[in-house]
Design a protein around this ligand. Structure first.
Ligand code: PLP
Length: 381
């Protein structure tokens, strides 16, 4: 179906239009076999040996994400963390990597803890500042630059094209965690990134009922082959049921992301300048850091994630989260239901989140209801 040049909305709604050859089923079968029959001459002409790497349940979701990201190939993993850490595990001990100070906290902790103790030379920098990237990169020694944009939980923007140029000039790969942007709003590979990663737990699946991760590459190369070995050997692979659910969730990706993104902009504009809100952090506001870059590299909208800083400090922020009725107090993001979280409590020591910050993941409820609920939570004594 992709050969016919249908729009990504059409390809996504129909899961690339694949139909099961054996049954003519439009919804794919769920394969649960962990192993595959060898041919009498000892070969494996089917190309499938064992579930860890050859599960047919991966094929449709991987092909669809490759199409949406304009990539060469995609691999599914058991979670976003399994996907992201595999990208680093495919490097060599001693390799120098640059990562942002502001990024998904659990990956930052893994990089400065586990990955460093296994021999990676990890340097955290201000990735939104091209001069800082240029100053930190070591030609020949830096093998990977990791970008997250918009970045958790301040929603700061990194210029992907500018960072890709710096990385490539030094001989490094550029990987982008595009979870908050989604393929609906941004195509990092078109901007020069080599790899794009998603926590598919979030928008790609969209229903808060599984964990999954994806990595898509622009080209086949040595790092991609090592990444494939990491997945096959370490086995952080997605189960058949989860792969099926992910594909089902993705069929409504465009509707969900566009609704969330439009509502997030409305919410950001409403609370910008509100007397109980010290600051709204959202790349869609012209006053926000990186707004112009975001407008260029996210032409379809600024996404469904924003944060507010509550006037009155930490206790006031925690009270606002407690006062909401429609917004659910929970971690995670990208689901159909809107979530609110006091982020400093979640991240603990070393967080870049100010103590008065509430992170908002906007779902697909009525934007007016979400605004009214937050308004009443903010003005309660
Ligand atoms: N990247 C980002 C931007 C995230 O927000 C998360 C999870 O919150 C992850 C990666 C990790 O994904 P997972 O929870 O699926 O392991």
């Amino acid at each position: 179906m992709s050969d016919e040049h249908f729009h990504p909305e059409s390809l996504t709604a129909q899961g690339l239009g694949w139909v099961d050859e054996a049954t003519r089923a439009i919804s794919p079968p769920i394969h649960v076999s962990s192993t595959y029959l060898r041919d009498p001459d000892n070969g494996y002409r089917s190309g499938r040996v064992y579930m860890r790497d050859h599960n047919p349940a991966f094929d449709q979701a991987e092909a669809l994400i490759t199409e949406l990201e304009h990539g060469h190939e995609t691999m599914l993993f058991a979670s976003g963390m399994a996907a992201a850490t595999a990208v680093f595990q495919a490097l060599h001990p001693g390799d120098h990597v640059l990562a942002p100070k502001v990024m998904y906290w659990s990956l930052r902790n893994w990089l400065t803890g586990f990955a460093t103790s296994w021999g990676l030379d990890v340097e955290l920098i201000d990735m939104t500042d091209a001069a800082a990237v240029q100053a930190a990169i070591r030609p020949g020694a830096t093998k990977l630059v990791w970008v997250e944009t918009p970045a958790n939980p301040l929603w700061t923007i990194t210029d992907i094209a500018a960072t890709a140029s710096i990385a490539h000039a030094a001989g490094a790969l550029l990987a982008v965690d595009s979870t908050p942007a989604t393929p609906v709003l941004s195509q990092p590979l078109d901007l020069g990134a080599d790899l794009v990663m998603h926590s598919a737990t979030k928008y790609l699946n969209g229903h808060s009922d599984l964990t999954a991760g994806t990595v898509t590459t622009r080209a086949d190369n040595e790092h991609w082959q090592r990444l494939r070995s990491v997945r096959a050997q370490i086995g952080g692979t997605l189960g058949s049921m989860e792969s099926w659910l992910l594909l089902r969730g993705m069929r409504t990706l465009y509707l969900r992301v566009r609704t969330a993104s439009a509502s997030a902009l409305q919410i950001a504009e409403y609370f910008h300048g509100h007397d109980r809100v010290a600051e709204v952090l959202y790349p869609g506001l012209p006053t926000s850091q990186g707004h112009e870059v975001a407008a260029r590299q996210m032409p379809g909208g600024f996404g469904g994630m924003l944060s507010i800083r509550v006037a009155g400090g930490e206790q006031a922020a925690i009270a606002v989260a407690a006062n909401t009725k429609l917004w659910k107090r929970a971690t995670s993001l990208g689901g159909v239901e809107s979530l609110i979280e006091h982020r400093a409590s979640a991240e603990g020591a070393g967080t870049p989140a100010p103590p008065d910050l509430l992170r908002l993941s906007v779902g697909i409820e009525h934007a007016g209801d979400l605004i009214a609920d937050l308004e009443q939570a903010l003005v309660q004594p």
